[in-house]
Design a protein around this ligand. Structure first.
Ligand code: C5P
Length: 479
């Protein structure tokens, strides 16, 4: 494999990498790895620090990089009798799809061997700060940062004292000083050591610095006849605490809200085998349905004929024509939010053939078109069951913003998501979209232009806007 030297990159690239890695709290090397992984998975973060929902940018590396909920931990094993429980901890972390790289202090090696730790973790074990093999590329910095979390189990009184006072005279303490990751300590020591004023001071300092502690529990000590607070938490408790820190509950800002979405084209029959259609793929509407579902909403998706699987956890009503779509939309009311992303055919054939139309010597069959119901306008103008937030889409090939602004007024909706669908943009059927959010703000029409993004990112951003607006409104009505 080719190796990449960051120092030799263009200044512009280096600056971009430095800013992006600082923003994401990663090392530059790790950021390059994330960029490459996203590229392979076809997902790229926007180049500008565009406002993605806050949880996304601070989540662990592994949560940001795709569906697989893998994570990685650097486990520092301190020197105490409880070190034997760390062997079980490795197994329990791996069961939870958490990669574990282990560091053993000198004292820890009196209790467990690097060989058994490496056999369980399936990784090489690190023991020395001055190990030429791993330190030639600043190995302690990598162990400190190329992970989502650092776990110290057992955290001895000595290790905690070193950490609280910023010592870095061995590999474990150097990692703890060099890390920008969250640290979880599982203390284990004799009750007298735990209650000693020095340890109490160190614990208070560490907690003030944001270090998280699990345990210690109370119980019998290894020393005969001694009991009290100081037993290391069980491996299963430490694994659960690790998982809580790595995979915090996802915020569900639309919990309790019902979101109605239309998507895809409509097919307007000419006769039993022919129809009028358009090139809409339904991808944007489906992505919005998935994002709203992920945000905790109950989602009803009314979809025209598309080639996409139903999003998980979403109620999907499949329809063909505009009139069927309107019927299903009306049946789905009431809703808190309605998003009309479908490319509904404006016209249908009035004289739809009951049988397949035949070529005759009389020439072409005369097709009479009549206007379809406008679903967006119909729902926006309801007086009783109008959803409090109605969002339409404007797919235009010219005068995008002007047309979208007049559509906002004409249709009576609250927001319009405008996008240019000229063939050159590749939006219709493609995976990316450049949109402008048009809304009314303080009596004026505001235009918020977003950078080019994947349709999934547009969906996440739109749902984040919806969630903020819904939250602001409930704050307003509460005050
Ligand atoms: O008028 P135009 O088709 O450009 O308006 C687009 C917006 O109106 C989209 O939100 C679309 O879903 C909605 N629409 C509708 N029913 C129609 C036509 C458009 O809901 N018959």
């Amino acid at each position: 494999m080719a190796s990449l030297t960051i120092r030799k990159l263009d200044e512009g690239v280096k600056t971009y990498l430095r800013l992006r890695s600082a923003k994401n709290h990663r090392s530059v090397e790790e950021e390059v790895r994330v960029i490459l992984r996203e590229l392979i998975e076809g997902r790229e973060e926007p180049l500008t620090p565009f406002a993605v929902p806050p949880a996304a940018s601070t989540a662990p590396v592994s949560q940001r990089t795709g569906a697989l909920p893998e994570a990685s931990v650097t486990l520092i094993i301190g020197g105490g009798i409880a070190a034997f429980k760390s062997l079980d901890l490795i197994r329990r972390l791996k069961e939870r799809r958490i990669e574990v790289r282990c560091v053993l202090t000198k004292a820890a090696q009196q209790f467990v061997t690097p060989l058994s730790v490496s056999a369980l973790s399936h990784e090489r074990v690190y023991t020395d700060l001055f190990d030429p093999q791993s330190e030639f590329d600043a190995g302690h910095i990598r162990l400190a940062r190329d992970c989502d979390l650092i776990v110290v189990a057992p955290a001895t009184a000595d290790l905690m004292a070193k950490m609280a006072n910023g010592h870095a005279d061995d590999l474990a303490s150097a990692i703890l000083l060099a890390t920008n990751r969250k640290v979880l300590l599982a203390p284990a020591m004799n009750p007298l050591m735990w209650n000693n004023a020095a340890t109490r001071r160190n614990v208070a300092l560490l907690q003030r610095d944001g270090v998280v502690l699990i345990g210690p529990n109370s119980g019998e000590m290894a020393e005969a006849g001694e009991a009290g607070i100081g037993r290391m938490s069980e491996a299963i408790e430490i694994a659960a605490a690790t998982e809580r820190l790595l995979r915090p509950p996802v915020p569900r800002p639309l919990a309790g809200k019902r979101v109605l979405i239309t998507a895809g084209p409509t097919h307007e029959p000419i006769d039993p085998v022919r129809y009028i259609a358009n090139r809409s793929s339904g991808k944007q509407g489906f992505a919005i349905a998935a994002a709203a579902q992920a945000a905790g909403a109950e989602v009803i998706l009314v979809s025209g004929p598309v080639d996409l699987g139903d999003p998980q956890g979403v109620t999907v009503k499949h329809v063909e024509s505009a009139r069927q779509m309107l019927e299903q939309v009306q049946a789905a009311l009431p809703a808190d939010i309605a998003i009309f992303a479908a490319a509904v055919a404006d016209w249908r054939v009035a004289n739809e053939g009951e049988q397949k139309l035949k070529k005759t010597s009389a020439g072409m069959p005369p097709l009479q078109l009549v206007e379809n119901p406008d679903i967006l306008a119909t729902i926006s103008k309801l007086t009783d069951k109008r959803p409090p937030l109605v969002i339409g889409f404007a797919a235009e090939t010219e005068h995008l913003i002007d047309n979208a602004k007049s559509k906002l007024a004409r249709k009576g909706c609250d927001w319009i998501v405008a996008n240019d669908v000229s063939p050159a943009t590749g939006v219709m059927g493609g995976d990316r979209n450049t949109v402008h959010l048009i809304s009314r703000r303080d009596g004026e029409i505001a235009v918020d232009s977003w950078p080019a993004m994947t349709k999934e990112q547009v969906a996440i951003e739109l749902v984040a806007h919806v969630a903020r607006s819904v939250t602001d409104k409930s704050l307003e009505s509460a005050s």
